[in-house]
Design a protein around this ligand. Structure first.
Ligand code: G6Q
Length: 536
């Protein structure tokens, strides 16, 4: 595998030239039905409509050349087959394989990476048995009653993806089963969640790959204490998902334990036991498996080299066009589905923690833009909030709309001749058009400049299968971009400094007053502590 600097790829020069005069979406008749059908791709249950991007055939051809030159698909295949992709050459780094795709490569005889797929199957079998034990009454609470609630305690990758998926799929939850999440070390987070449940019927699922994360370890202690206060035995209520061999990997402390492995990064772990245990409790085993099946379909579709046929690769290359060549620094992900309320937050982590990097795989400084700022909120709510800036602001924000033809609950309502779902989808299509084509007006305050690039991802319905598809589409978009920028998308050194400083402050607060090595009186830490005056 050859890792080339982005700026040295020959297609980059071509794309820079094209970016001087990108396609003008406001030109009369440009947005023709021919253009809409031409810039449209269907794959794995989703349609990607990208006629409203500022591109044409020449740009797409150059983006294909870029993808080919950077050997994106070859490297993606190497990743799935177990290459050590999480590394910086010549410097100490995590040196790990990147095998989140193996957590769903459980449906065929010859998986891409047999040993990790075997481990995934083994964990799934344990989960299946555990869920059956809950179902059949073999596992019950002290009063012999079934458990009705599962609370997942975890943070970052051990929270965002699983939480986004559970919220997205609540409509398919089994009756009498609910789930909740505690992530923040803010004691009010746990207090609020615990106040809303019957503890005696609650299982707590503590999820931490490292088994050492400050927030999670603290919240586990807090939850244990809550069980004891209510005269309940924590060992009958708490289960754990953790890395094999971590300090939490202690079956004696838990009702059940599940494993995840160091070759699956936290933010890519939603389809491992990190997400599947709570999802399995909520949806039942078979439905939860459909998520894996949707994700696996994308894992395979992403092997296609033609960008016009490979949806995540096309999304990646369009993102690179907007970010590196047209110069737009952020990306809004705008789901027209209330169920996807936390999906932008998950993507924010997955994208910004993966591609918010400034050094190449060889440890040199990058000389090109890497990951964009990713943000978003569901429409139509966003329309009444920040869309003003999207339409008329000075910052141009490429947008990715996500929508569904049918609602989840099937309880729709007609007002003034249209259903709510029709109103939802019509609003999404209208926003896409308005951003692209703008509107001339003699009053400058009512003028819409247009040429604000966007795409629409559309599926029939948000189901466990399409949720898995959507998750993997974005995971691979992020990985393809990181490969193209020649950065390591799989570590997160940037979160360490703040953690280390917080530990120094906590040592100072913890009692002996001297901190780890005794903080000098005039240190910035002490000055800040004096001003903030947190409770001792
Ligand atoms: C994700 C990151 C990070 C991690 C959390 C929780 O890729 O590594 O968000 O998931 O810090 O870590 P633990 O699962 O080890 O508690």
């Amino acid at each position: 595998m050859q890792f080339l600097d982005f700026s040295k790829l020959t297609a980059v020069g071509k794309l820079q030239d094209y970016a001087e005069s990108p396609c003008d979406l406001t030109a009369p008749d440009l947005l023709s039905s021919r253009r809409f059908s031409k810039y449209h791709l269907s794959s794995c249950g989703f349609d990607l409509l990208y006629a409203t991007q500022r591109l044409d055939d020449s740009v797409l051809t150059a983006l294909q050349e870029l993808a080919d030159e950077a050997e994106l698909v070859e490297k993606f295949l190497a990743m799935k087959r177990g290459a050590v992709m999480n590394r910086i050459e010549g410097f100490p780094s995590e040196e790990r394989q990147v095998l989140h795709t193996s957590s769903r490569d459980v449906f065929r005889e010859n998986p891409d990476h047999p040993s990790s797929a075997r481990q995934a199957k083994k964990q799934l079998a344990r989960l299946h048995a555990f869920l059956q034990d809950l179902e059949s009454g073999r596992i019950v609470n002290q009063a012999g009653e079934p458990f009705t609630t599962m609370i997942q305690v975890g943070i970052g990758g051990s929270d965002l993806g699983p939480r986004a998926l559970c919220l997205a799929l609540t409509a398919y939850g089994r009756s009498g089963h609910s789930v909740g999440f505690i992530s923040n070390v803010d004691p009010d987070d746990a207090a609020q969640v615990l106040a809303g449940v019957d503890l005696s019927r609650t299982l707590v699922n503590v999820v931490s790959k490292s088994g050492t994360t400050l927030e999670t370890v603290t919240n586990e202690r807090l939850v244990r204490e809550a069980f004891v206060r209510n005269e309940l035995d924590p060992a009958r209520h708490i289960i754990a998902v953790t890395g094999k061999g971590s300090p939490m990997d202690d079956p004696a402390r838990y009702l059940a334990t599940f494993h995840m492995y160091d070759y699956i990064g936290g933010r890519y772990s939603a389809t491992s036991m990190v997400g599947m245990v709570t999802l399995g409790f909520l949806l039942g085993y078979d439905r939860a498996l459909e998520i894996l099946s949707g994700a696996h379909a994308v894992d395979r579709a992403a092997e296609e080299k033609n960008i016009r046929k490979n949806m995540p690769l096309l999304m990646a290359m369009i993102g690179i066009w907007n970010h590196n060549f047209l110069g737009f620094p952020t990306l809004a992900v705008l789901p027209y589905s209330q169920a996807l309320v936390r999906f932008p937050a998950h993507l924010q982590q997955c994208d910004m923690e993966s591609n918010g990097k400034s050094v190449t795989r060889l440890g040199g400084l990058v000389r090109w833009q890497t990951g964009p700022v990713v943000w978003g909120e569901p429409g139509t709510n966003g329309q009444h909030a920040f869309y003003q800036l999207l339409h008329q602001g000075t910052e141009i924000v490429p947008a990715e709309f996500i929508g569904f033809r049918r609602c989840q609950y099937g309880r729709d309502f007609t007002v003034k001749g249209t259903t709510s779902q029709q109103k939802l989808v019509a609003n999404m299509l209208a926003q896409s058009l308005a951003l692209a084509q703008g509107r001339p007006h003699e009053n400058p305050n009512k003028y819409f400049p247009g040429n604000r690039p966007n795409s629409i991802l559309l599926a029939d319905q948000l189901t466990p299968y399409t949720m898995g598809t959507l998750l993997a589409l974005y995971e691979h978009r992020i990985v393809f971009q990181g490969l193209c920028w020649n950065i390591n998308s799989f570590d997160q050194e940037g979160v360490q400094l703040g953690k280390a400083l917080a530990n120094r402050l906590l040592a100072e607060l913890s009692g002996d007053g001297t901190g780890e090595q005794g903080l000098p009186e005039n240190s910035p830490e002490k000055s800040l502590l004096r001003l903030a005056n947190p409770p001792k």
